[in-house]
Design a binder for this molecule. Structure first.
Ligand SMILES: [Zn+2]
Length: 317
């Protein structure tokens, strides 16, 4: 088993404190439909977040921006070289909103999508380009497959993307990370992937904590997949105290080893971009809240270190 970072393959045991869904760079391409408040387009500002994260004990970040959605793998590699942060890049596709209507993927066949995903994992991901997402392949390999459903759930298009990710997983063993919109369709995503033969330990359902519906979370966790929580420090959804109670309750229900965390950072969140909190927020401010809620240090280590080591591993069968 190994974890594929932008600098090469790693023994999972060398991974420390990890954010399993975050954003380090998001550039605006001519083919994307990204809102300005999501852009993370300053190398120096992102680097200052990373340096603070490492200083506080951070080890690894999965950059969840997939193909053609402003992802910048070459800068991720430079950042990893300069800071020693382990970084995992993503292939796959984001929700349709993040691309202009003429984007290549909407008319591509499932096998074209599979070929793209597999090649970005095995040969190298395409470098960022403002106009043409296929202009140049980099040497930086992707280490995760990102897929999404929007509020419409399993449309013909999202099914095509999921099917391609399933095929790419079967060929490479790469973990699959899913975007849920306002916590909807998480159970359907887990069931869809597992019915196609993807093992639960290779599936990470993200953003389920936008809505704190414990029984829905338990229902998904029973499938054996990972749940990734990143609605931390987002007070228009709920308080961090409520988030800590969610984690504690999931642990009490026996799902500790299926929980992961991240920040799903945006421009409005990073201090270096003028936002309210930093990449080190979980380390500095949220972990104390978990402790206050009665979560043990072993539980916290499981969620932030041990679970990511398993969840982000390539599983070749
Ligand atoms: Zn995200």
């Amino acid at each position: 088993m190994f974890i594929r970072t932008v600098k090469g393959d790693l023994d999972p045991r060398s991974l420390g404190f990890t954010h399993c869904h975050d954003h380090l760079f998001v550039f605006e391409g001519k083919q994307t439909g990204l809102p300005e408040n999501l852009l993370l387009n300053s190398y120096d500002k992102t680097k200052s977040e990373v340096l603070r994260f490492i200083e506080k004990g951070g080890s690894c970040v999965l950059d969840a921006q997939p193909f053609g959605a402003g992802r910048h793998v070459s800068l991720l590699q430079t950042l990893s070289n300069e800071t020693e942060l382990h970084i995992i890049a993503s292939t796959g596709l984001h929700k349709p909103d993040f691309y202009k209507s003429y984007f290549w993927s909407f008319d591509a066949s499932p096998s074209q999508l599979t070929d793209l995903f597999v090649s970005e994992i095995e040969e190298g991901a395409y470098a960022y380009d403002d106009y043409d997402p296929f202009k140049r392949r980099s040497v930086v390999k992707a280490g995760a497959l990102k897929v999404a459903t929007d509020e419409k759930g399993f449309t013909e298009y999202s099914r095509k993307v999921f099917d391609a990710a399933i095929m790419a997983h079967k060929k490479t063993g790469a973990p699959i990370l899913t975007h849920t919109e306002l916590s909807k369709w998480g159970l359907e995503q887990a069931e869809y992937l597992m019915a196609a033969g993807v093992p639960g330990e290779s599936v990470i359902i993200c953003h389920m904590d936008r809505v704190l519906d414990i029984s829905a979370h338990i229902e998904i966790a029973r499938r054996g997949v990972f749940l990734e929580y990143d609605t931390i420090g987002r007070y228009n959804y709920h308080s961090d105290e409520d988030e800590a109670v969610l984690l504690k309750t999931m642990i009490q229900n026996g799902f500790r080893d299926q929980l992961l965390v991240g920040m799903d950072s945006t421009r409005q969140r990073y201090i270096s971009y003028g936002g309210a909190i930093g990449l080190d927020f979980i380390l500095c401010h949220f972990i104390p809240k978990l402790v206050q809620a009665g979560t043990t240090l072993q539980d916290i280590e499981a969620i932030t270190v041990k679970n990511p080591q398993r969840a982000l591993s390539f599983k070749k069968r």
